[in-house]
Design a protein around this ligand. Structure first.
Ligand SMILES: [Zn+2]
Length: 418
């Protein structure tokens, strides 16, 4: 049996096998594949279960001990030469309904690739290694997003998480049970020594500058609100404008206000109305009910709070002016997170040592890493997204960029675990 000593030059020369990693990415991408490309693997659906089964199978093939915790997080452990806290890598394998092959899956599968390289080279690290796939990162079926890692850190109780109801009316605890992933490993029983997540950027910055690696400085704060508007349905032809209590009109006005709000707050502020439902949704009937969501994000907590306050004041005013009943429900709220400087430096230095171009940037999207950052020093490695596209079936990243990112991950794991 070949044996490579961690910290030796032979260990420093180890590289990931990009063909093997791409093959796993494409194989996982077949589960929930959409006609014409992309993938739909909403959390705790049959497709999610099948993908989980595949990940667990690969973990076992690689000799990992698999733990499934109470919220369904899948964690594969590789023993080190000493006991102690593991160096953890990972991400998620659930997707939005019209997702791509790389968001989340890359971090989990690159983790497995790192383990395979160490396995084949006969490397035993000093610390144990953990590869994690966290439950429901996307939040597309159950809000909030980053739910599995949130429960992992203890900031959301298992009981509260189980009672969350999906957009299709199912209780989270029941769905977890149904797909067989309500595990018995204690949640958060495996606090890591360090956490590193490789992820696609999901934005245009790296590609635009021709940079291969992003050393992520932190994650912007996220505020999700669901706004439900109750008005009165009436005839579109006979009801004079001044007598209308039109929920559809109010929803449209809020949508346009969110754009204005993002522009006036300025800086990194972004605002999106991504979901809008009207009832009864007919051409000649004013809507009796409207439901929409507002997604506000900023790297600056004060500005994010200002945006939330202005939205809320606007909605109150609108309810009075239009004689409507409007209710707000918070779906998710996370403050901005800054990653440990030690870990940002480490991503940067590791990329340079491999001869790769690297730049610091904040993440516009939420990630499991922002939750793990409350438990241990945490870092994130970004690789470019072609055309800046993500949460899109056409999402892609060049194999050479994936290879570069996965090699940064491999080297960081070796350094952190030795
Ligand atoms: Zn993701």
């Amino acid at each position: 049996l070949k044996e490579t000593v961690p910290g030796s030059s032979a260990a420093a020369d180890l590289r990931i096998n990009i063909d093997r990693l791409m093959a796993r990415l494409f194989e996982l991408g077949k589960i929930g594949a959409l006609d014409g490309g992309g993938v739909s693997r909403l959390a705790l659906t049959d497709e999610d279960k099948e993908a989980r089964d595949r990940i667990v199978g690969w973990m076992r093939e690689l000799g990992l001990t698999v733990h499934i915790d109470g919220i369904g997080n899948v964690i594969g452990i590789r023993a080190g030469s000493e006991e102690g806290l593991p160096v953890m890598v990972g991400s998620h394998i659930d997707t939005v309904a019209t997702g791509g092959l790389y968001d989340g899956s890359l971090g989990v599968l690159a983790g497995l690739e790192v383990v395979q390289v160490l396995h084949d080279a006969g490397v035993t690290t000093r610390r144990p290694l953990a590869v994690a796939a966290f439950t429901n990162e996307e939040g597309a079926r159950f809000a909030p997003d980053m739910l599995g890692s949130l429960v992992f850190t203890g900031e959301l109780s298992l009981e509260d998480a189980y009672d969350i109801v999906s957009i299709d009316g199912e209780r989270l605890g029941d769905e977890l049970e149904r797909i067989g992933y309500r595990g018995d490993a204690s949640v958060g029983g495996l606090a890591p020594h360090r956490y590193v997540e490789l992820h696609i950027e999901q934005g245009p910055r790296l590609e635009a500058k021709g940079i291969t690696i992003g050393a992520v400085t932190g994650v912007q704060g996220i505020s999700w609100t669901e706004i439900s508007i109750q008005g009165v349905s009436n005839h579109a032809g006979t009801t004079p404008m001044r007598f209308r209590r039109d929920a559809g009109y109010a929803a449209c006005v809020i949508g346009s206000f969110v754009r204005e709000l993002a522009n006036t707050i300025g800086g990194d502020q972004v605002g999106t109305v991504g979901s809008l439902e009207l009832h009864p949704n007919l051409v000649n009937v004013m809507a009796e009910r409207a439901k929409l969501t507002v997604d506000l994000r900023n790297t600056d907590e004060n500005r994010l709070q200002k945006a939330e306050a202005e939205l809320s004041a606007f909605v109150d005013r609108l309810a009075k002016e239009e004689d409507l009943k409007i209710e707000n429900r918070k779906l998710a709220r996370f403050e901005p997170v800054e990653f440990a400087p030690e870990m940002i430096d480490r991503v940067e230095k590791t990329a340079r040592s491999l001869g790769l171009s690297v730049e610091r940037l904040p993440s516009g999207a939420g990630h499991d890493a922002q939750m793990l950052a409350t438990l241990c020093p945490t870092g994130m490695i970004f690789v470019p997204s072609a055309g800046g596209l993500s949460h899109n079936t056409k999402e892609s990243t060049k194999p050479e960029d994936i290879e570069a990112g996965a090699n940064v991950l491999l080297k960081m794991v070796l350094d952190l675990a030795s």
